[in-house]
Design a binder for this molecule. Sequence first.
Ligand SMILES: [Zn+2]
Length: 372
Amino acid sequence: MLSAVNRQGKPVVLAGTKAKSLALRLKNTPHYCPQCGSPVRIKAGNVNIPHFAHISHTLCQSFSEHESPRHLAGKADLFQWITQTAEAELEACLPGGDQRPDILTGNIAVEFQCSSISAALFKERTEKYTARGMIPFWIYGGKPVERKGSYVKLTPFQRLFLRFHPQLGFYFLSYDPERKGFTVYKNITPLTVTLCTAHQRFIPIQDMTFPPSASGSERDVSDLNTFFDYRRKWIDQTCQFDRGHRHPFLQAVYASGRNPYLLPEHIGLPVRSSIAIRNHPIEWQFYLLLELEKCPAEEIIRRRIELGHVKEQPLPLAGGKTPEMAAVEYAALLDVIGNPLSLDSPSLGVKLEKEKAFTETFGKTVLDKLIF
Ligand SMILES: [Zn+2]
């Protein structure tokens, strides 16, 4: 941790340009953990940034997670960044003692999260802040987002950080203490279960405002054909997987006497909230179309989640973006494009022709729906 109190109960903070000299000067002065009151020691070596550490491993609840050098460095950077324009408290103790945000500024609780935590814990912490009337501001600090060509691959843990803004679409904010800057991924749109298209921008910390402001929106998905290509690849992979025939989607397709490669073009389209579902759009949209005439879209998707055919991606920071919303968006999209009752194609050759024609006719409509 970067803050402690001295014998007089005054806070001592090791952050900023003078942190090292302060740490060396106070190295032999007793300091105490503001949370549990037990003695802490200043550590000021050459590897890690100066910080406080409990002398004996007590039952202190506040920093039970091991704080990595990366976490300490990022926290110090972010504190310095915020205090240039706002009042802030490092590692503030909140009443009750069960939560201690990395930085507290006004009612914004900043959490710089480097290590993976479960979706349940992430949600619990977020809800506790909200219940206190505070706004949790999570910044991702883990390993870099994996890139694949011009696409990004977000892990389920990284997806927990997704927020939604009308101008940015789904966006993701990470900070790297080594590069001293933020990477903003915006207009994130899932292409497959794991790959997303995104507009990526690196912003040095000194050029970023706090709180970050939204800049103009750009569209990054230029062509629906990309989605169709990846849809075909996804079907390939799913069919080839050794237990592919037991896949609930393929079972449902075969049970209806159809071929997954030849399904109509309007099954498996991107919609904005489909990021709330951890399945390929072709899967859940196929399930929807089986029953959409006699049942509301929200009910169908929820039942498929309960059956285990569809997996929900928790998005604790993007309130209201749920699988139900994705289902409703899809039903609305079908209304706009006239719910084309196009039939299955007789061959892959015909299918490719029809995809091309669909892109020309509906491509813009579909892509416009992804962004406000
Ligand atoms: Zn303590």
